[in-house]
Write a protein that binds this ligand. Structure first.
Ligand SMILES: N[C@@H](CCC(=O)N[C@@H](CS)C(=O)NCC(=O)O)C(=O)O
Length: 240
């Protein structure tokens, strides 16, 4: 829940004695931080950064000029979406975003690493694909979906976790980190020749169940950007 404030320092705008999140609504990385704050119920000031016309002061906040960036009440600056989301989860443990055991945390990090390697990289390759490379890139993305499907099946098969989320019945850190990328399937579907759909077959069933639960959850719908705005923001990645 963003708080209203007019605090603008001599150099850049921030919330005195509070959190300031520099974000961009259509950035899937920034949504990780936004979702973590929203789910933790922590007040923060949201400063929207127009990535196509960045404010002159933004390099002072983040020399790489990327979003998300977090300014803490102590004036510390944190960057990198997963680090910011994990900081929020650790700082506000009542939100129960992360598992408590070291092993469960390690397995979660492995899952997120797998998701990044097999899904996030594949998306950007499909979105940038030319007519010649499109089919092969779409197949690689589907291969990635099968990897994640297998990881979900294995995870749910262990212990008494029946899903549909990584931690069971609750949208938590795994989904905070991945929901905005699940939403990117809409972008892939829109831009790619012949569209893109995860087939409704047994080998994708766990993934479809997980993605469906994510897209129906208020933690997703309360933060998600409008589909058409999201699609428009990816136009710059398409080959001419
Ligand atoms: N590894 C970074 C990646 C963040 C990132 O790539 N953000 C993009 C927007 S989605 C950005 O700020 N790009 C700078 C630009 O477009 O100039 C993170 O996880 O926070």
């Amino acid at each position: 829940m963003p708080v209203e404030s007019n605090t603008i320092s001599a150099e850049y705008p921030y919330e005195e004695n509070g959190y300031t999140l520099y974000s961009c609504a259509t950035c899937p990385y920034a949504q990780r931080a936004l979702r973590a704050f929203t789910m933790a119920g922590v007040p923060f000031r949201l400063v929207e950064i127009d990535l196509t016309n960045k404010p002159s002061w933004y390099h002072i906040v983040n020399p790489l000029q990327q979003v998300p960036t977090l300014r803490t009440p102590s004036g510390d600056i944190l960057t990198e979406s997963l680090i910011i989301a994990e900081y929020v989860a650790d700082q506000f443990p009542a939100a129960n975003l992360l598992p408590t055991s070291a092993l469960a945390r390690a397995k979660l990090r492995l899952f997120l690493q797998l998701f990044s390697t097999h899904i996030i990289s594949a998306y950007y390759r499909v979105i940038r694909a030319t007519a010649d490379s499109m089919l092969a890139e779409k197949e690689k993305l589907l291969e990635g979906v099968r990897v994640i499907n297998g990881a979900l099946e294995k995870h749910w098969g262990e212990g008494d976790n029946e899903g549909p989320f990584w931690m069971g019945s609750r949208f938590a850190f795994a989904e905070v980190a991945t929901a905005s990328f699940v939403h990117l399937f809409r972008v892939v579907d829109y831009y790619c020749d012949g569209g893109f759909e995860v087939p409704d077959t047994k080998e994708y069933a766990a993934f479809r169940r997980w993605a469906g639960a994510i897209e129906a959850d208020p933690a997703f719908t309360n933060v998600k950007p409008d589909d058409m705005k999201l699609i428009a923001s990816y136009k710059r990645f398409r080959p001419e």
